[in-house]
Design a protein around this ligand. Structure first.
Ligand code: NAD
Ligand code: TYD
Length: 359
């Protein structure tokens, strides 16, 4: 079996669903179930013996050690993390605890376990660390996209904590020989994404006739990848990646935020027209995010050349599926939008305020 950490979150849940669609190899899912973890994402696996869920922290060494000894996974895919930049600005502590200290404890336990394996098991074992393009920092308009050799220059507590974990993973290979792989991916979107991130937040607010908050001038650029393409990249790296290497993953799809929001609005106009008028009328420019990275762009040439991976979805096909999914799964949205999330919206947007509706 494989051990997936953070498998009740957005990408982890998509990864497990895809994995079990394609194979019968069981998945042990270790997730703390923070505000971002939601077992409803995996409701379709209820009663499926191939999915074993354990609620717990990657930093709980006793638990991790016990799970490794008991289940002897052939690989670990580490998704568990605090993942939202705005939250890291308001409260970095959890990011350091999980992303840095938690990853360290997970690595320590993994190392101890791996060292004790018989040679044949040791040789096939892999630790795949899922990371982000944000570790590379911000690009100017004419800079070339990030490659695997671009120096790290993280700018937010989130990206700094992810960069730290990437460094630890690298060090465990160089120092102890642990068979690690790292992926650095661009912005994901798709089903089950918590509606604090740009795309689901815009879909949710637009369907409720609420303002669509655009930070700054809306011209910050991100590269966007449909989540199942990220999952297929991770499977490819797990299967064929060279130990100790990092692989950039991206959609070859750079877009300014305002373009993303306009696209979402146009799809909603088509799929669920609002009698009050086009959804774009709800666009509202708000105070910028502190230290907001201007541009991310990723060169995913290495994973294509060396491992043969490329995305299946275009942005047009992926965003259409995503908007459709949210409209068809409003019950899921209502559940996650309750409680913890509503408190966050008050903290984050209560103090920001609208700057103007037009720009
Ligand atoms: P998410 O916030 O939706 O999910 C994170 C999951 O980890 C949740 O289920 C949460 O309960 C769990 N978790 C948090 N702390 C934990 C801990 N200490 N122990 C065990 N479980 C814990 O995040 P996501 O968007 O699915 O991202 C998954 C991974 O992919 C993260 O490592 C993130 O940095 C990386 N990543 C995300 C994106 C993106 O666009 N979302 C892009 C590139 C890389
Ligand atoms: P986000 O989804 O938080 O991902 P990241 O910051 O990790 O790239 O944000 C994507 C972009 O959208 C980023 O430039 C910030 C911007 N943004 C807004 O303009 N308004 C919002 O309400 C949110 C959540 C993000």
């Amino acid at each position: 079996m494989i051990l997936v950490t953070g498998g009740a979150g957005f990408i982890g849940a998509n990864f497990i669903l895809d994995w079990l669609r394609a194979s019968d190899e069981p998945v042990l899912n270790l997730d703390k179930l923070t505000y971002a973890g939601n077992l409803e994402n995996l409701a379709s696996l209820q009663g499926d013996a191939r999915h074993l869920f354990v609620q717990g922290d990657i930093g709980d060494r006793e638990l991790v050690g016990k799970l490794l000894a008991e289940h002897r996974p052939r690989a670990i895919v580490n998704f568990a993390a605090e993942s939202h930049v705005d939250r890291s600005i308001h409260g970095p502590e959890d990011f350091i605890q999980t992303n840095v200290v938690g990853t360290f404890h997970l690595l320590e336990e993994t190392r101890g376990h791996w060292m004790g394996l018989p040679e044949a098991d040791k040789a096939v074992f892999r630790f795949l660390h899922v990371s982000t393009d944000e570790v590379y920092g911000s690009l100017g308009p004419d800079d070339v996209p990030f490659t695997e050799t671009t120096p790290f220059a993280p700018n937010s507590p989130y990206s700094a904590s992810k960069a730290s974990s990437d460094h630890l993973v690298r060090a465990y290979h160089h120092t102890y020989g642990l068979p690690v792989l790292t992926t650095n991916c661009s912005n994901n979107y798709g089903p089950y994404q918590f509606p604090e991130k740009l795309i689901p937040l815009m879909i949710l607010n637009a369907t409720r006739g609420k303002p669509l908050p655009i930070y700054g001038d809306g011209m910050n650029v991100r590269d966007w990848l449909y989540v199942t393409d990220h999952c297929s990249a991770i499977r490819t790296v797990l299967e064929k990646g060279k130990i100790g290497e990092t692989y950039n993953v991206g959609g070859w799809n750079e877009m300014p935020n305002i373009e993303i929001v306009r696209t979402v609005c146009a799809l909603l106009d088509e799929m669920r027209p609002d009698p009050a008028g086009p959804h774009e009328r709800l666009v509202t420019y708000v105070k910028d995010r502190p230290g907001h990275d201007r541009r991310y762009a990723i060169d995913a040439g290495k994973i294509h050349r060396e491992l043969g991976w490329k995305p299946d979805e275009t942005f047009e096909s992926g965003i259409r599926k995503t908007v459709r999914w949210y409209l068809d799964n409003m019950a899921w949205v209502e559940h996650v939008a309750s409680g913890e999330y509503r408190k966050w919206v008050d903290v984050q947007y209560g103090e920001r305020g609208a700057v103007s509706g037009e720009r």
